[in-house]
Ligand binder design. Structure first.
Ligand code: F6P
Length: 523
């Protein structure tokens, strides 16, 4: 069967409506098939609107896409990023896969990072780190920095500056003493406009206070050593990484240096170990027992079968509240593509990823999730709920309430509340006919619930690697290259042109709307 035939088969299977609740009766072993555990992570897919027959069809579809072969190529370091002619080896950063040469380079890097972090922590000269970077050079470290606070106190004040908006670097530097501030500039390409402008601003701030010695407080992390040298960063203060590490997969590399300094090398090593355990699971388990594969197939079912256009990610854990922002880049920059590896139309690929922390979202957009207009087969959006079982906040009463809310939401989305139940509760009133449907919940709205035993660095590494491999599997099935990002280029080029023209007081050769906007600005 061709890919198109497989997608057509999924669509026709999805046209037969299912009741998720009924699936628990008709499929008595549903929990054992749809719940998977690996280390500290348990994923419950049983509240998806997906029958075991649908899952079987998805598994055969995956096999016809040569998923196992693609997986083997990935771990063997073959050129899976074909448009950029690169291997994809972020797993090697956590010790899984890669040639002997790659392993040796990674070991050197890890040693360099750990000894540098140790030295900074021991000497105690620095009280603050300002981490400058954007996209993959920011989102991972920012998410992880919050999460690590469940395990350890930060030894230094760790701040981030990413946006080109001057408020970003201004806020990051406010109140800091240049003499005790380490600036870590992170950019794979070392050409990113936002990062270079923020780095310039930080260097001016350091130099004005410290003069010649300002360079001692300036570190670069990059795959473009020459770019960093041109930026006058001393060679001994440059940490390298490689073109086989994609920006959105780079938190495991020296991009995580600020985290190592702030939290210590041991915590960072545990984070890598957690990801490595998920790598081995993904590499070694057959497709039907494979967590990232199951997660990817669920997403394919919701997108290509049931026709959902988005996925909500709701962590019921404040310390990973930035997960949706992180996954927006990981998923949408990887698979937000409409053209296949062969240059043909790909059809429906990556859904919109969105979300916020629970319970906050319940008081904002959950109304739409429960009762919003028809979208996909059953309305609302599929949700990934993520909860942490063991609390670190020393407030067990809050934690029990948090978990209760999480579990209640997935149950409510599935069970709903029919009009008879509303009618039975309603006091007699003349407009009952109009009110009853407004108060009813259609239910049958799909979700996955992922629980972590605790928010340890190991479990966090596990969780992030799970999503990374899910993205890979979906890229194989949609037949897109998950590791390039051509779609970000056009706007970057135009921004440079527009800035030059505005600085010259010109409006250049633009459409009337853009020219009028440029005319509003006095540079
Ligand atoms: O513009 C998109 C992007 O290239 C991302 O892929 C990347 O993570 C981000 O910009 C930052 O790039 P760099 O690390 O090269 O500064």
């Amino acid at each position: 069967m061709t890919r198109a035939d497989n997608f057509a088969k999924l669509k026709s299977l999805a046209e037969q409506p299912v009741s998720i609740r009924d699936l628990f009766d008709t499929e008595p072993d549903r929990l054992s098939r749809f719940v998977m555990r690996e280390g500290p992570l348990r994923a419950d897919f049983s509240k998806q609107a997906m029958s075991q027959d649908a899952l079987d069809a998805l598994l055969s579809f995956a096999a016809t896409c040569d998923l196992e072969e693609w997986r083997a190529k990935l771990f063997a370091g073959e050129t899976v990023n074909t448009s950029e002619n690169r291997a994809v080896l972020h797993m090697a950063l956590r010790g899984v896969g890669g040639s002997d040469a790659v392993k040796a380079e990674v070991a050197d890097m890890r040693e360099h990072m750990a000894s540098f972090a140790d030295k900074i922590r021991r000497e105690g000269t620095f009280k603050a780190i300002v981490h400058i970077g954007i996209g993959g050079s920011d989102l991972g470290p920012r998410l992880v920095a919050d999460a690590f606070q469940a395990s350890a106190d930060m030894a230094l004040d760790l701040r981030f500056a990413e946006n080109i908006d001057g408020a970003s670097i201004q806020d990051a530097l406010v109140g800091l003493d240049p003499a005790t501030t380490l600036v870590v500039v992170v950019s794979k390409s070392f050409t990113t406009q936002e990062t270079r402008m923020n780095a310039e601003a930080a260097r001016t701030w350091l130099t004005q206070a410290l003069g010649e010695t300002a360079g001692d407080n300036f570190i670069a992390v990059t795959a473009n050593r020459d770019g960093a040298l041109d930026f006058n960063i001393p060679p001994g203060q440059i940490f390298d990484f490689w073109d086989w590490v994609g920006g959105r997969y780079s938190v495991w590399s020296a991009v995580g240096l600020s985290l190592q300094i702030a939290f210590g090398p041991d915590i960072f090593a545990e984070f890598l170990n957690g990801a490595a355990a998920m790598d081995r699971h993904f590499r070694d388990q057959p497709l039907q027992d494979n967590l990232p594969v199951m997660m990817a197939l669920t997403g394919i079912w919701n997108r290509n079968g049931l026709g959902y256009s988005s996925l909500a990610v709701i962590p019921y854990a404040r310390r990973i509240r930035k997960l949706a922002a992180f996954l927006q880049q990981l998923e949408m920059e990887s698979n937000g593509k409409r053209i296949t590896r062969e240059g043909t139309e790909a059809g429906l690929t990556c859904p919109i990823i969105w979300g916020d922390e629970g319970t906050n979202g319940q008081h904002a957009f959950f109304q739409w999730l429960h009762q919003g207009p028809s979208e996909g087969a059953y309305g609302g959006a599929p949700v990934d709920f993520i909860a942490v079982l063991k609390d670190h906040s020393a407030r067990p009463d809050h934690h029990a309430a948090l978990l209760a809310n999480c579990f209640a939401q997935s149950e409510a989305l599935m069970v709903g509340k029919d009009e008879d139940a509303v009618r039975a509760e309603l006091e007699p009133r003349p407009d009952a006919q109009a009110i009853i449907p407004q108060k009813a919940f259609p239910g049958n709205r799909p979700s996955t619930t992922i629980t972590l035993d605790e928010l340890s660095p190991f479990a966090l590494g596990h969780l992030i690697a799970l999503y990374e491999h899910k993205v890979f599997v979906q890229g194989v099935i949609w037949n897109v290259n998950s590791f390039d990002q051509w779609g970000v280029q056009l706007g970057k080029v135009l921004a440079t042109t527009i800035l030059t023209e505005m600085q010259a007081g010109q409006t250049g050769n633009h459409d009337p709307s853009t020219a009028a906007l440029m005319g509003l600005v006095n540079t």
